[in-house]
Design a protein around this ligand. Structure first.
Ligand code: AMP
Length: 449
């Protein structure tokens, strides 16, 4: 079906044409007419499917009917990461060229005054990350009293990143009679509950569940020892067919280390992760997107939504702890019908993650061989926690309490002997002491990651 059968106005059709889109993607075909008619939407869609245009185009059309620049926010788009917020805002600007609808974007990590200045010029569509939006609302700078359309993008990611309560607080401030569009790649029960609360008689639009990566992506893997991953990575990146590559590491420290190793091997690379300032994140992404730097090394902060035109390779330097993240990661390539290659490294300690990924995919990843075949076949023993200093007994008893209260602390203790307060910790201390030097060194390093 061509775009002009979806009920879009000529100005939008012209902008779509200028963007180089010839026909709508399945999510656009299904969603645009429903949003134009004012329906609530529950969208189950993978990133890279053209989801942004699926909601941005009908929003622009609905808001531009009879409007000139308004001084009130009429559409709010909430999204989890700063990079996604910027990307969505850029799409509104691109698709909305010459329409009387103004878009602004707000997110944390950068100064507030410039964002406030932009808001003062008038804002019909606000694209926001929850934290900065709440700050601005609390300061009385932003009001949601006139919001007609509320878009919740990447709802499951909001949940993963701990934003779900912020989302609920924001949703409460949106007037009762509004149209809601909720998009999520997966539907965990918390997101389903949120959808039940926010949506009224929604139309469900489903495109490619998260278990099915884009078919145009070639996927394969290498078994390789941890210590040789850096050599294998450098050798792959030097191959002719690698135009640019997004490399995923499990930790922030790992990202920085990979960049250092690549630089030693004569390759230019930049890192992006949560410990970098927003300025550094923006610069790194801009250098990568412009082609100035061919390698971006990232944590899963970049796994979702990031649109990198013509990305040739995604490399999983470490396999993700959650199999769904694999699909999101490799979805950065093969976008909008283009091909791409996803390569994964698996060392002996990552067998479990590999099994989970293959189970989700429903097939075994083809194995390629390299100069550095896996030689270590005994899993390494997880590093033990260092004993608490004996001079701080209060910590020990606190830990006993925390085990029952905080799931993240509980998981950290999973590999230890059952702990019963002071006595058990003393027992752990005895087993760790002889090897103290090594585990302490490792744990200190982890602290910075
Ligand atoms: P999204 O899933 O919204 O991040 O979009 C992924 C990529 O697809 C972006 O680069 C869009 O510019 C592109 N795109 C969106 N809609 C279309 C379309 N109908 N035809 C071709 N490319 C598109």
């Amino acid at each position: 079906m061509p775009f002009n059968h979806l009920g879009l106005m000529p100005a939008l059709l012209s902008n779509i044409d200028k963007a180089g889109y010839t026909s709508p993607t399945p999510i656009q075909e299904a969603t645009i007419p429903l949003v134009l008619k004012g329906h609530d939407i529950l969208g189950c869609a993978q990133t890279g499917t053209g989801k942004t245009a699926a909601f941005a185009l009908p929003i622009l059309q609905n808001l531009s009917k009879g409007s000139s620049f308004h001084q009130v926010i009429r559409a709010l788009v909430l999204t989890p990461t700063r990079e996604l917020a910027q990307q969505i805002h850029d799409c509104f600007v691109l698709y909305g060229h010459s329409l009387p609808v103004r878009s602004c974007v707000v997110f944390g990590g950068v100064g507030q005054p410039a964002q406030v200045e932009e808001l003062k010029k008038g804002c019909d569509v606000l694209v926001a990350c929850p934290g900065r939006l709440l700050d601005l609302m609390n300061q009385g700078i932003v009001s949601l009293d006139h919001v007609e359309i509320f878009v919740l993008d990447e709802a499951d990611r909001m949940l993963d990143m701990g934003f779900i309560h912020d989302v609920r607080r924001i949703a409460q401030k949106v007037p009762a009679s509004h149209q809601t569009l909720l998009f999520s790649a997966t539907m965990p029960s918390e997101v389903e509950a949120l959808a039940m609360d926010l949506l009224r008689n929604p139309r469900t639009v489903k495109v490619d569940p998260v278990s099915s990566p884009v078919k145009a992506i070639e996927q394969y893997m290498y078994y390789v020892d941890k210590a040789n991953k850096k050599r294998l990575l450098a050798s792959i990146l030097k191959e002719d067919n690698v135009v640019n590559a997004l490399v995923f590491s499990r930790t922030k420290y790992g990202c920085d280390r990979i960049v250092r190793d690549l630089k030693k091997a004569g390759l230019d690379a930049v890192a992006i992760h949560g410990d970098k300032s927003q300025g550094a994140r923006t610069t790194a992404l801009a250098r990568f997107k412009s082609g100035e730097c061919p390698v971006l090394v990232a944590t899963d902060i970049a796994a979702r939504g990031l649109d990198i035109e013509g990305l040739s390779h995604v490399i999983n330097y470490d396999l993700p702890m959650e199999p769904e993240a694999y699909i999101h990661r490799i979805g950065r390539t093969g976008r909008a019908g283009h091909g791409g290659t996803a390569i994964s490294f698996c060392c002996i300690d990552e067998y479990k993650q590999l099994g989970q990924v293959e189970k989700l995919l429903g097939f075994r990843l083809p194995v390629h061989e390299s100069e550095w075949p896996m030689e270590i076949t005994t899993p390494s023993i997880p590093a033990a926690r260092p004993p608490r200093p004996a001079s701080r007994p209060a910590d020990v008893s606190l830990r006993g309490e925390a085990v029952t209260r905080h799931p993240h602390i509980r998981s950290g203790l999973r590999n230890q002997q059952p702990s019963h307060g002071l006595h058990a910790s003393a027992k752990n201390a005895q087993t760790v002491h002889p090897k103290l030097a090594k585990p302490v060194q490792r744990i200190n390093r982890k602290k910075h990651s």
